[in-house]
Design a protein around this ligand. Sequence first.
Ligand SMILES: Cc1cc2nc3c(=O)[nH]c(=O)nc-3n(C[C@H](O)[C@H](O)[C@H](O)COP(=O)(O)O)c2cc1C
Length: 168
Amino acid sequence: MTKVLVAFATRFGSTREIASAIARELNTAGFDAIATEATSSIDATNYDALVIGSPIYGRKWLATAGLFATINSERISGRPVALFSVGTLGVKNQPAAKQEHEDFVGDLREVAPKLNVVSDDVFNGYFERANLPWYLRLIDRFAPTPEGDHRDWQAIESWAKSLVHKFR
Ligand SMILES: Cc1cc2nc3c(=O)[nH]c(=O)nc-3n(C[C@H](O)[C@H](O)[C@H](O)COP(=O)(O)O)c2cc1C
């Protein structure tokens, strides 16, 4: 059975739930998938395919997810990898969110050229103004992001389904 690791980083939990939904969808399709936080203790070579995801903070992934992808890129060389970002820029400006995601994925591919990226996408996340540091709250006042859960579960599930033939 194809073993898939869905490795994620998160600060407030919304990316964990997205990673779990992706693993659930892959399991439904007959894979042996688990979602777990990206850490250095994981042996990525135990898996046939990987999904790696992170929320975007300040236009970048969280360091743990980026490091996980970079460090393992040599070890898992050749195995299919799918990448996803989570952010709230897309709630009001989808093209800007896509660009932000593509910029990060481009940077990641430069530092980890052996990553065999077969798919990548960006999803809207969860926004709570209280999580912003005070100086960002001031900036957010001028073009406020709508608060709440903006995750599109259908989009997430259909992306997970699209990975099935890429991982087989
Ligand atoms: C301080 C801060 C900075 C953020 N920066 C970005 C950003 O640059 N681009 C973006 O699309 N979303 C940004 N977000 C939104 C988060 O990516 C979003 O809330 C995400 O769902 C958080 O995921 P998590 O719950 O897994 O930590 C930011 C949120 C906070 C609190």
